[in-house]
Every structure is written in C-alpha cells, then in structure tokens.
Design a protein around this ligand. Structure first.
Ligand SMILES: [Cu+2]
Length: 264
C-alpha cells in the first residue's frame, strides 16, 4: 500500500515537472545557434528528470520506510547492484558527453579560426568593435559603419568578428544565443544564422567599468530586401567622420585606411 502511494507521488511529481518545463520547450528558436543550444538543453533535461525522480523517490521511500528503525544495519556488499549503477552512470555520462560535444563543436556555436577564414558564399561579415561604453559595427565589403544597433538579414550566415579597442568586453545577444569575448588586439568570430525577424537586445557581458550596465545595443533581424535597403541608405549616408574608421576592407575602389573618399 505504501509503495503504491510512493509510486503515485513519484509519477505525479514527474508530471508536474514536465508541465513546469514544457513552456520553455514550446518556444521557437530565433537562430541556428540558439536552436543548437536549447535543443541540447532539452535533451539533457529529459535525461536528468527521470534520474532526479528516481533518486529522490528512492531517498524519500527509504527515509519513510525505515523511520522507526532503532537498530540500522550496515549495507552489505551487492556486486550486481554496484555493477548496475556503474554501468548506468557511464551510459548517462557518455550520452551527456556525446550530445554536448556535438553542439560545442558545431561552427554555429564555436567558430574556429579556419571556419572564420573560409566564409560561406552569401555570408554577411560584420566587425564588432567594443569600447567603453559603446558598440560599433563595420560591414565588410560595404562602406557602412553603424553604432549601437546592428541590422542583419534573416536566413543568411552572419559572421560577427568581435574585437575591442580598449578593454575586455563581451558581445552577448541572449535572444539569438550569442556570446563571445571582445579582447583588444584579437578577433573572435562567432557565426550564426538568424531564423526569425525581430529586435534582440545586445549586452556587454564582461564588467568593464562604471558605464558597463549602459553598454547596450540592439540587433535587428530583417528580411533580405529590407536589409538591402538599409545597407543602401547607410552607404548613401556617410558615417560620422573623425572616429578612426579603418572600416573592414571594402571591395571596390576604396583607397585603404583612413577617411572615406566617396563623394555622393
Ligand atoms: Cu563592456
């Protein structure tokens, strides 16, 4: 009778957990990167919940069953049991390791320098420059430099090439599953492909001084035509001079570093 009640409580607990967890799972994904990370999280959760319920169930059952035991006896050796939990643990760890490695090694989560060199054909490359306490986005191949807010097209690979002018910062767009350190004299690349249009909050995720909490920005994901239009508008509109924008290397007719020379 007792064990029946315990079984009932365990099942109920598992059901409640599943319900509590479900809304998080039901959401769509806004980028390939977020998809990979959240899917992994879900898989690990599905592995972890039954284990939690099992362990807690056994614990509660044991405490309840032996609550009036005056003379507890030490556990006897049980080889079969020991082999079972060793093998079970190994299987769980192998699953966790294999699933995590598959995601961590994916180029949309960890972009290696080689992958950053061999950019996909129709990709958008943006140099992200962090400084106390602002963000600048230089669009490679275009004479476009945007501050605070970036615009990227939906369903195209985007490479954020992240660096810093002065200090340690971190480029963090939780809505798109992106996080990468911004380090002076170093370029860290993170590749993604946004799959939902919208505006996503950008934070600096590395404490960098008194203005850290206001070091914010936005990443706007738009349709391809809208992106093209935005680029054209920006190219027509010269970014503020003065700031030493050695903006990426543009493709055609741009006498290298220093001022911008187009007339318009
Ligand atoms: Cu910062």
């Amino acid at each position: 009778m007792d064990s029946k009640r315990i079984a009932f409580v365990s099942v109920l607990g598992a059901a409640l957990l599943a319900v509590a967890v479900d809304p998080a799972l039901a959401q769509g994904y806004d980028s390939t990167t977020e998809n990979l990370i959240k899917t992994l999280n879900t898989q690990l959760l599905y592995a972890a919940i039954p284990i939690t319920v099992l362990v807690e169930g056994i614990l509660i059952y044991t405490v309840w069953k032996f609550r009036n035991n005056e003379n507890p006896l030490p556990t006897k050796e049980n080889r079969r049991l020991e082999i079972t939990w060793t093998v079970a643990t190994a299987i769980v760890l192998l699953f966790v390791g294999y699933a995590s490695y598959g995601v961590m090694a994916n180029e949309y989560v960890t972009t290696t320098p080689e992958q950053a060199q061999n950019v996909e054909k129709n990709a958008v490359e943006i140099e992200v420059v962090a400084e106390r306490y602002a963000w600048t986005f230089n669009y490679k191949g275009h004479n476009v430099s945007a501050s605070t807010n970036a615009v990227i097209p939906k369903n195209r690979p985007v490479y954020f090439n992240i660096t810093s002018k002065d200090w340690l910062h971190a480029f963090h767009v939780p809505g798109l599953g992106l996080k990468q350190d911004a380090i002076p004299n170093q370029h860290n690349v993170i590749k993604t492909k946004a799959t939902e249009e919208g505006t996503y909050q950008l934070y600096c995720a590395e404490y960098c001084g008194v203005g850290h909490s206001s070091m914010l920005g936005k990443v706007r994901v738009v349709s391809q035509p809208e992106y093209q239009q935005w680029l054209q508008n920006q190219e027509g509109y010269q970014p503020k001079p003065g700031g030493n924008n050695g903006t990426g290397n543009s493709t055609a007719g741009n006498g290298s570093s220093g001022g911008n020379n187009s007339s318009a």
